[in-house]
Design a protein around this ligand. Structure first.
Ligand code: BGC
Ligand code: BGC
Length: 856
C-alpha cells in the first residue's frame, strides 16, 4: 500500500540533505511529495541463468577457505594506472580495470600483445599464493562500449544512439558477439557494457550511449547485446569466445533533472520502473552477470548507497544473483563517505568497489577494520564474495587457461577482421536517418563532380565520438585507426570507380564549380559530464558550419549535409540551407559505408536504401530537450520513428523557423571550455612566442606547467603553474588554425567573459587577461587587448573556486572586434603564479554584475 511520508520523516530527511548539498526549493518539495517505496512495482524476473547446486557447492567450498583479507580483496577493483603486478601478488584483488584512455604501459599504441601480457602478468600474480595465500583468478574489466574501443585497430561500431535507429536486435547481437571476440583476443574477461539508460533529456552528455528514449527498444536491445556478449545460457554461455557483461548504470541515469550527468532523478517509482528499468528487465533476464551502480541519485539519495534499490529491489525482488560493481569512485559521493572510507556502500549492497586512484589501499584497510568492529556484518561480506565467486565459476575462470593461453588469445588477426568490419558497415548503413531529401536529390550518381567539405569529412576520430581510444575521444588522428575509413574515403572510392571527380576541401574551396557538395559536420567528441549542454542549439553564437553551407548555396551548389552528433540537436537553419540532410550519429571506424547509401552504382541503380528511423525525437527548438515519445503534449520537429526512404515524399521545407522562444536559453553564449575544449577552440600553453598545443593531461613549455585537475568531476579543470620569467606566459584559447570566428553576437549582448578560477599562490602585480582578433586588413593581432585583472583577483578567496566575470565591453573599448576573433581568452603573467581554471564561456545579460565592469 502506498502512503505519503510522515511529516516528521519528511522534515528529518529534508534537513539532512540540505546540510550536505545545495538543493532548490522545488527539489525539496518534490522529495517531500514522494511516496514510500512500493516493492510491488518490481517484478520477479525469470532469469535464464539458474542457480545450480554444483556451482553453489563450489562457491561455498572456496569461501570457507578464505581469510577476511582475501575476501575484502575480492571486493576491491583498482585501476591499472594505480597498481603494479606486485600489488596484485600481494593483495590478490578480485578484479581490476582500465579506465577510458588507460592502456598497458601507459602507451596509447600498445599492441594486442601488450594487452595480453598485462592480463597474463596480473592473472599469474593473482593465482600466486606465495604472498596472500590466494589462488583465485582475478578478472579484468574494460569499457568495450562500441567495440573494443581502447585498442588500436579494433573494429569500432556506431555508438548506441545510431544502433537504436537501426531497430535491428539481431544486428546488435552480432555486434556484441564480434566485440566479445576482439576483447577475448586481448585476454580480457569482462566488459562494462551495455549502457541501458533510457535517455529522457538530450542535454545529457551520455545521450549517445543510449539506444533510445523508448524503453521498449532499450529492453529488446539489452537482451540481444547481453546474449551476444555472454553467449546463450545452456549453449555457449561464457564460453571461450564470450565475456561477462554489465548492464549499467543502475538506475535512472538517463532521467536526471536537466540531463545533468551524475545528477538527481526525481521520477516516481513507477516511472523509474516503466522508463528506466526496462534495460535491466531485458538484460538480467538474458543472464547479465553484473550490474554497475550509477553515479546518480534518486530523490537526492546516491544509488551507490541505496539499499532499497540495490538490495531490496534488484537482488531480493528481481532475483539478480550476480554482483553489483560500483562506478569510478562513485561510493565516495555517498553522503558521509570519501573515496577511501565508505562502509555505507557495502551495507547498501555494493559488492565490488571500483576504486581507481591511490584510494584503494586505505579503502581496503578501512573495510577490514569495519568488518572487525562490526560496522559491516561478516554475512554481508560473505554474500558479496559469494556473488563474485559465483560469476567467476560460471565464467569458467577457475578452469580456463591463463589469459595468454586461451583459445582466442594472441589471434590478433581477429581484431578488426573483415567480417567484423562488415558487420560495422551494415550497422552504419542501417543507422543513417534521412531527414530531408528535397526533389529527391539523393541518391547521387557517382559519375558527377563532387566537392566534399566539412571538418568531419575526413576525420575518423570525430565520426567516432567519445570512448574512442581516449576517454573523451579527442586527440586522435586518422593514423590511429588502421583498417578504418573516413566518410570521405567511401565517397572517393565510389566516385573514382565510376570515373566521376571528387575533391576534398574542409573549408569548401574549389576551382571548378562542382555538381554537388557533400558537407560533413557536427559535434566534437566528448564523454560523460563533459558533454552536458544547456540547450540543443547547434553551434550557438558561432554558426561556422552554417556559414559554410550558406556560402555553397550562394554559389548555386546543391548541398547534402551529413550531420555527426551524439544526440538530436536543433539545426533548423542548417536544414534550411541543405537540399538533403542525414543524421549519421557517431558511425565509428567504418565511415566509408555512409557512401554505400548515398550513391547509386555507375548505371544508376540503388545499392542500399535508407532504413534508419529516429529512436529519439528531433527538436523543434533548442529547449525541446525533454520532448519524448508518448508524452502527453508531443510537438517535436520530427517524431520518434521518423526517417525517409528513397521514393518517400520530402516533408521538411526550406523555411523552418530559425528563431525560438528566447526565454530559457538566452543566458548562454559560446562555451570555450567545459572540461573539454568546444569546437573550434583549442587550448595552448605559451611562454612568450613559444606555443604548444595541449594534447595530453600534462604539458610543459619553458616555465609553464599545465595539468588537468578535478573540480566537480574528473578532469573538468586544469592547473597552470607559472614560474617567473621575462615573458608573458600562460594559457591561451585560440580558434583552430587561428581562423577568424565571428562572435559579434557576444560584443553586443551585455555579455561577460566568464570563468571559474582558484588562485593557489599569491597574486602577482600583473595578471593579463587578453583577447586577440584580426582586422580586415589581415594583420594578425592587430586588434589585441590586455587587461590587468590582478587587483580584481585579490578580492577572491585563495584555494577556493570562484566565478570570475569580465564585461566584454572592457575589450570592445580597447578595440577588440568580435567579428574576427582568434583568441577569445588568454591568461598570463611574467611573475610566478599558480591558478586552476574551469568552465570558460561567454554569458549574456550579466554585465551589470561582472567582477570587472567597464560600462561607459
Ligand atoms: C563511467 C562508467 C565506466 C567507468 C570505467 C565511469 O566514469 O561512468 O561507464 O564504466 O567509468 O571506465
Ligand atoms: C572515466 C575513466 C577515465 C577517467 C579519467 C572516468 O570518469 O570513466 O574511464 O579514465 O574518468 O579521469
Amino acid at each position: 500500500m502506498k502512503r505519503t511520508k510522515s511529516l516528521i520523516a519528511a522534515i528529518v530527511f529534508t534537513f539532512a540533505s540540505v546540510a550536505c548539498t545545495q538543493i532548490s526549493i522545488k527539489e525539496v518539495q518534490e522529495r517531500n511529495s514522494m511516496t514510500l517505496p512500493d516493492i510491488e512495482i518490481w517484478p520477479q524476473l525469470d532469469i535464464a541463468v539458474k542457480k545450480s547446486d554444483d556451482v553453489e557447492a563450489r562457491v561455498a567450498a572456496v569461501l570457507t577457505g578464505m581469510t577476511l583479507e582475501q575476501k575484502i580483496a575480492q571486493m576491491i577493483q583498482p585501476e591499472i594506472r594505480d597498481i603494479s603486478v606486485e600489488d596484485m601478488r600481494k593483495y590478490g584483488f578480485g578484479s581490476y580495470l582500465n579506465g577510458g584512455g588507460a592502456f598497458p604501459n601507459d602507451n596509447k599504441h600498445a599492441t594486442p600483445q601488450d594487452w595480453i601480457q598485462l592480463a597474463e602478468n596480473m592473472y599469474q600474480a593473482s593465482v600466486d599464493a606465495s604472498l596472500d595465500g590466494s589462488t583465485i583468478p582475478t578478472m579484468w574489466g574494460t569499457d568495450a562500449v562500441h567495440g573494443h574501443n581502447n585498442v588500436i585497430g579494433a573494429t569500432l561500431f556506431p555508438h548506441n544512439i545510431g544502433l537504436g535507429a537501426t531497430n535491428n536486435p539481431k544486428l546488435i547481437e552480432n555486434i556484441a558477439t564480434a566485440t566479445a571476440t576482439e576483447v577475448m583476443v586481448t585476454g580480457i574477461d569482462w566488459v562494462f557494457a551495455p549502457t541501458v539508460a533510457t535517455v529522457r533529456d538530450d542535454r545529457w552528455g551520455r545521450t549517445y550511449e543510449s539506444y533510445s528514449a523508448d524503453p521498449a527498444i532499450v529492453y529488446e536491445y539489452s537482451k540481444a547485446i547481453v546474449r551476444g556478449l555472454q553467449g546463450k545460457p545452456g549453449k555457449n554461455f561464457l564460453g571461450d569466445s564470450q565475456v561477462i557483461s554489465t548492464v549499467k548504470h543502475f538506475i535512472g541515469d538517463g532521467g536526471t533533472v536537466g540531463g545533468d550527468d551524475q545528477g538527481n532523478n526525481i521520477a516516481s517509482e513507477s516511472d523509474l520502473f516503466r522508463l528506466h528499468a526496462q534495460g535491466y528487465v531485458g538484460g538480467l533476464t538474458a543472464g547479465a552477470q553484473s550490474v554497475m551502480a550509477s553515479f546518480n541519485s534518486w530523490h537526492g539519495k546516491k544509488l551507490h548507497g541505496h539499499k532499497y534499490l540495490l538490495t531490496d529491489v534488484l537482488k531480493d525482488k528481481m532475483g539478480f544473483d550476480g554482483f553489483v560493481v560500483g562506478d569510478w569512485n562513485g561510493h565516495g559521493q555517498i553522503a558521509g563517505c570519501t573515496n577511501d572510507n565508505c562502509p555505507q556502500a557495502a551495507n547498501a549492497g555494493l559488492d565490488i568497489y571500483m576504486v581507481p586512484t591511490a584510494a584503494w589501499k586505505p579503502l581496503y584497510e578501512n573495510l577490514l577494520q569495519q568488518v572487525k568492529d562490526g560496522t559491516i556484518a561478516l554475512s554481508r561480506i560473505d554474500d558479496a564474495v559469494t556473488r563474485i565467486l559465483r560469476v567467476k565459476i560460471r565464467a569458467g575462470l577457475f578452469e580456463k587457461p591463463s589469459p595468454a593461453n586461451r583459445i582466442l588469445s594472441g589471434k590478433t588477426q581477429l581484431i578488426g577482421q573483415q567480417s567484423h568490419r562488415d558487420i560495422a558497415k551494415q550497422a552504419v548503413r542501417e543507422s543513417l536517418v534521412l531527414l530531408k531529401n528535397k526533389n529527391n536529390i539523393l541518391p547521387l550518381s557517382p559519375n558527377m563532380s563532387v566537392l566534399v567539405a566539412g571538418d568531419a569529412a575526413h576525420n575518423i576520430g570525430k565520426q567516432s565520438g567519445g570512448w574512442t581510444i581516449t576517454w573523451q575521444g579527442t586527440n586522435n588522428t586518422n593514423e590511429d585507426f588502421p583498417g578504418g575509413s573516413s566518410i570521405y574515403d567511401g565517397i572517393k572510392q565510389r566516385i573514382e570507380a565510376a570515373n566521376g571527380t571528387v575533391k576534398l576541401s574542409e573549408t569548401g574551396q574549389y576551382k571548378t564549380k562542382p555538381d554537388v557538395a557533400i558537407v560533413v559536420f557536427g559535434e566534437e567528441p566528448y564523454a560523460e559530464g563533459h558533454g552536458d549542454v544547456e540547450h540543443l542549439d547547434y553551434q550557438r553564437g558561432l554558426k561556422s558550419d552554417l556559414a559554410l553551407l550558406h556560402r555553397l548555396k550562394a554559389d548555386g551548389i546543391s548541398v547534402v549535409s551529413i550531420f555527426i552528433s551524439g544526440r538530436p540537436l536543433w539545426v533548423n537553419a542548417e536544414i534550411n540551407a541543405s537540399d538533403a540532410f542525414v543524421a549519421a550519429w557517431l558511425p565509428g571506424s567504418q565511415g566509408s559505408a555512409v557512401a554505400d547509401v548515398l550513391f547509386t552504382d555507375a548505371l544508376g541503380s540503388m545499392q542500399y536504401n535508407f532504413s534508419g528511423r529516429l529512436s529519439f525525437s528531433w527538436p523543434a527548438d533548442p529547449n525541446q530537450a525533454t520532448v519524448n515519445v508518448y508524452d502527453f503534449e508531443y510537438n517535436p520537429l520530427l517524431p520518434y520513428g521518423f526517417g525517409l526512404s528513397y521514393g518517400d515524399e520530402n516533408v521538411l521545407p526550406d523555411n523552418l523557423s530559425e528563431t525560438y522562444e528566447k526565454s530559457i536559453t538566452q543566458t548562454s553564449g559560446a562555451t570555450l571550455f567545459t572540461g573539454t575544449m568546444q569546437k573550434p577552440w583549442e587550448l595552448r600553453v605559451f611562454s612568450g612566442h613559444n606555443l604548444q598545443d595541449i594534447t595530453a593531461s600534462t604539458a610543459t613549455v619553458d616555465n609553464v606547467y599545465y595539468r588537468t585537475v578535478d573540480r566537480v568531476v574528473q578532469e573538468d579543470a586544469f592547473r597552470l603553474a607559472i614560474t617567473a620569467s621575462n615573458n608573458n606566459s600562460g594559457v591561451q584559447i585560440a580558434s583552430k588554425n587561428y581562423f577568424r570566428e565571428d562572435m559579434s553576437a557576444h560584443a553586443q549582448s551585455n555579455a561577460v567573459l566568464s570563468f571559474m578560477l582558484k588562485p593557489e599562490s599569491a597574486i602577482p602585480n600583473e595578471v593579463l587577461l587578453s583577447m586577440n582578433c584580426e582586422t580586415v586588413s589581415d594583420t594578425a593581432g592587430s586588434c589585441a587587448a590586455d587587461l590587468n585583472i590582478a587587483e580584481a583577483l585579490l578580492a577572491l578567496p585563495k584555494n577556493e573556486w570562484s566565478v570570475f566575470t569580465v564585461d566584454v565591453q572592457c575589450f570592445v573599448q580597447k578595440g577588440v572586434t568580435f567579428e574576427n576573433m582568434v583568441v577569445p581568452f588568454q591568461l598570463g603573467s611574467k611573475e610566478a603564479f599558480t591558478v586552476s581554471l574551469s568552465e570558460i564561456s561567454f554569458t549574456f545579460n550579466q554585465a551589470h554584475e561582472a567582477n570587472l565592469s567597464c560600462a561607459d
